[in-house]
Design a protein around this ligand. Structure first.
Ligand code: GLN
Length: 519
């Protein structure tokens, strides 16, 4: 799965004090020493990390798995990679991916495909962060960074039996992440368990002035206030980052410290009514094409949650069926604009500017024709078409409208109003029709065999993303976790099923905490 690795590795950052002060800075004044110690243990445990090859690294090449960036090494560190090293992690290497993030099976790479297993049984690792997911699934690293534009962290997690988290748009800096579709791109985390994901998320969840779309401190405060207010609304004690980090906390009595409040899971139901969620199950996701194993895992997960005391609520997200089409208009449109800069002059593989072809303008086209892969070219053509004067109103503008409708669908069902769009909070939060979280499968099928992908049309591959793109269009936090297989279905790799938990914008910690303790 690896494209390149460090031979020397990074110099050990031994300054504990700096580390601690960095963590304290992240934590603000409320940093607790017990928490910091746990935090440090988490970091030590997950010290070696793999990074998808679309994050710029100073000491390793960054190619986005494209021949057009062959030999390119950036001259600055992406914010994510800088933070990772500041907290003492070692970047083991860059992972293979679909070229520029375009794909769902990590087969579209100039360096060859990623596969899970060998020979005729080899399976799709999912895409586009398939290399990151395989590095975790194979135990090369315990945690990896990916990017998720329309599902690229969640789908590989579902296909490889790992955990993949896409945060709310804007929470982790995109500075130094080579853009695919800027309005959708997020930095995602893949690990073997939700603990590790959560620990790393909290390190990376930070305002970055270098990213114009990074959530500003004022907005972070607003999200925080909204979450606090919701606790009052509900009369619940929701799991909040300031109070609960790495130990489970039930209803707390005065004077109890967080360390004393963890409790065994089997006591959960009796002691945690305040934490019970209302779980939304959207009708529109129950599509005919869903594989029986996936449907079974979904039902099993829901009944397990109901047994724990959570309330399962049927909901409707009526614009879901339009989301996929809208995504495949918007993402290529943004991509076509982003990719225009690969002209063979500024980055990567250089072109010879002295030929006659260059003078008559052919060289730019020939060069791009030679170095971009088939899928990337298809997206560029799609994107330039849907943005053209003749087609724009029918495609790009319509897709933007659909995107709004998809966002509204979510705002209509979440009890927690969108914290940055207060006017969308038209529901009474105690209404019995609203929900705290939504649970749907990550993909309609278990991982396909790679040999079965051959001869698939691009549209067949796009359909794979049907359950992941709605949360992307709405910028919502979403995590994929391995779902319990039924006893009569062996949990073999070809039976990997991922369940997706989706939360309201800014409700990342609720999504993570819920997944951590309840699924
Ligand atoms: N499969 C989707 C696409 O090709 C999503 C990719 C991603 O999230 N980077 O666009």
């Amino acid at each position: 799965a690896f494209i390149s690795r460090t031979s020397s590795g990074y110099e050990e950052e031994e300054d504990d004090q700096q580390r601690t002060s960095y963590l304290n800075e992240l934590k603000g004044a409320s940093a607790k020493s017990a928490y910091t110690k746990d935090f440090q243990q988490q970091i030590d445990h997950a010290k070696v990390i793999a990074v998808k090859d679309n994050f710029v690294t100073e000491r390793l090449p960054t190619t986005c798995a494209s021949s057009i960036l062959n030999g390119f090494t950036g001259n600055a560190e992406s914010t994510v990679c800088r933070i990772l090293q500041e907290v003492g992690m070692d970047i083991a290497g860059k992972t293979n991916m679909d070229e520029f993030g375009m794909g769902s099976h990590s087969q579209n790479s100039a360096y060859g495909p990623v596969q899970n297993g060998f020979g005729k049984n080899a399976q799709s690792p999912g895409g586009s962060s398939g290399g990151s997911a395989m590095a975790v699934a194979d135990g090369i690293v315990s945690i990896a960074i990916g990017s998720d534009t329309g599902g690229s962290v969640r789908l590989p997690a579902a296909y490889t039996g790992t955990v993949g988290f896409k945060p709310s748009y804007g929470r982790i800096s995109r500075n130094g992440l080579v853009p695919y579709a800027n309005s959708l791109d997020t930095v995602g985390i893949i690990a073997r368990n939700t603990n590790d994901v959560m620990a790393l998320f909290q390190i990376l969840d930070k305002y970055d002035p270098a990213d114009p779309t990074s959530l500003r401190p004022e907005s972070r405060t607003r999200i925080h206030e909204a979450r606090r207010k919701r606790q009052v609304d509900f009369g619940h004690h929701y799991l909040e980052s300031e109070d609960v980090k790495f130990s489970f906390v039930g209803p707390r009595s005065k004077g109890e410290t967080p360390a004393e409040t963890s409790m065994p899971r089997d006591r959960y139901k009796r002691y945690t009514s305040g934490y019970l969620r209302r779980i939304g199950v959207p009708n529109e996701y129950n599509i005919a094409e869903m594989h029986p194993v996936v449907r079974q895992a979904w039902l099993r997960t829901l009944s397990m949650l109901a047994n724990k005391g959570h309330t399962i609520v049927p909901i409707s997200l009526p614009n879901t069926k339009l989301a996929l089409a809208a995504y495949y208009v918007l993402a290529p449109a943004e991509a076509s604009s982003n990719l225009a800069k690969y002209d063979g002059v500024r980055y990567g593989t250089p072109r010879d500017l002295s030929t006659a072809d260059n003078e008559n303008g052919l060289l730019y086209a020939n060069y791009r024709g030679e170095h971009f892969g088939e899928e990337v070219k298809r997206r560029i053509l799609l994107g330039t078409f849907t943005l053209s004067a003749a087609a724009k109103d029918n495609y790009f503008v319509q897709a933007q409208k659909v995107r709004r409708l998809v966002q509204q669908d979510f705002n209509n069902v979440f009890a927690f109003g969108h914290p940055l769009l207060p006017h969308t909070r038209h529901q009474n939060s105690s209404s019995d029709r609203t929900v705290d979280l939504i649970i749907v499968p990550t993909a309609p099928t278990p991982p396909p065999k790679i040999q079965d992908l051959e001869g698939q049309s691009p549209v067949q591959s796009y359909i794979n993303d049907v359950f992941t793109v709605p949360a992307s269009l709405a910028g919502l936090p979403a995590i994929s976790v391995p779902a319990a297989a039924d006893e009569d279905i062996p949990a073999t790799p070809d039976r990997h099923v991922g369940m997706q938990v989706i939360g309201q914008y800014g409700d990342d910690l609720n999504v993570l905490n819920f997944t951590r303790y309840d699924i």
